[in-house]
Write a protein that binds this ligand. Structure first.
Ligand code: SAM
Length: 224
């Protein structure tokens, strides 16, 4: 484990820490890494490096994104959890809350289950984000939907989940090439935002994620 000399500092965002250029979250499972990230400790607290090239949520923060509706007690529905890279950081952010992690691929799900094992606030769900009704019996209250499914119709899937679970806040990572490889990414992001606006959401922010992720944007919405 690395040792800091200069201090780890809290940021204005709950649960997010900074050390120089690095972003960190407080490790809910001290001594354990999820994706090879570095661990740091200070005053008997362990922190995990949050790598923006690996996590679009960290990329959003590095790009200056400031709509960050995670509170320690938040309940988050995470669609497209894959092997748990970003959702493990979300788990660090909501120690008194819950992260329902939905993943469709059995292979990724196996790794995800391993990550969830040490984290009591992480609930792995093997399921399909496009079938929100099927998830409902496993999911209680949802304050926030975070979606990163990299498949077609991302905005529509997201909007349906937001409504089904009456979430106030939502964060949608859009991969333009999953909608249409040939189209200009900016057009795809505009179209996704337009759909969400028509569905009755306020668009709080649209943030492109280059250079951390090519042809991706994070769209943050609030239900009004
Ligand atoms: C880009 S990866 C997600 C990376 C992850 N969010 C992270 O940052 O750690 C997209 C994931 O969405 C999953 N996925 C695609 N379509 C899905 C669906 N309909 N329901 C649930 N998961 C889906 C894929 O299997 C893949 O693991």
């Amino acid at each position: 484990m690395g040792q800091f000399r200069p201090p780890v500092e809290a940021t204005e965002l709950p649960g997010v820490f900074r050390y120089g250029e690095l972003l960190l979250t407080r490790n809910l499972t001290p001594g354990r890494r999820v994706y090879g990230e570095r661990l740091f400790s200070q005053d008997d607290v362990e922190y995990r490096e949050w790598v923006p090239e690996r996590s679009k949520l960290a990329a959003y923060l590095k790009k200056g994104g400031r709509f960050f509706p995670f509170l320690p007690s938040s309940h988050v529905l995470y669609l497209g959890a894959s092997t748990g890279t970003t959702s493990s950081h979300v788990s660090d952010l909501v120690p008194e809350g819950r992260v329902y992690c939905v993943e469709i691929s059995p292979r990724s799900f196996r790794d995800l289950v391993g990550v969830c094992e040490g984290r009591p606030n992480m609930v792995p769900i093997m399921g399909d984000a496009t079938r929100a009704d099927d998830l409902a019996f496993l999911v209680e209250r949802v304050d926030l939907v975070y979606q990163d499914v990299a498949q077609k119709n991302q905005a529509l899937i997201f909007s349906r989940a937001m409504r089904r679970f009456s979430a106030r806040w939502g964060m949608l990572a859009v991969k333009s090439r999953s909608e249409d490889v040939a189209r200009e990414p900016g057009e795809v992001f505009q179209e996704s935002s337009g759909l969400l606006r028509r569905e009755g959401f306020r668009i709080a922010e649209v943030m492109r994620l280059e250079p951390y992720e090519r042809d991706h944007a994070m769209i943050v919405v609030e239900r009004v």
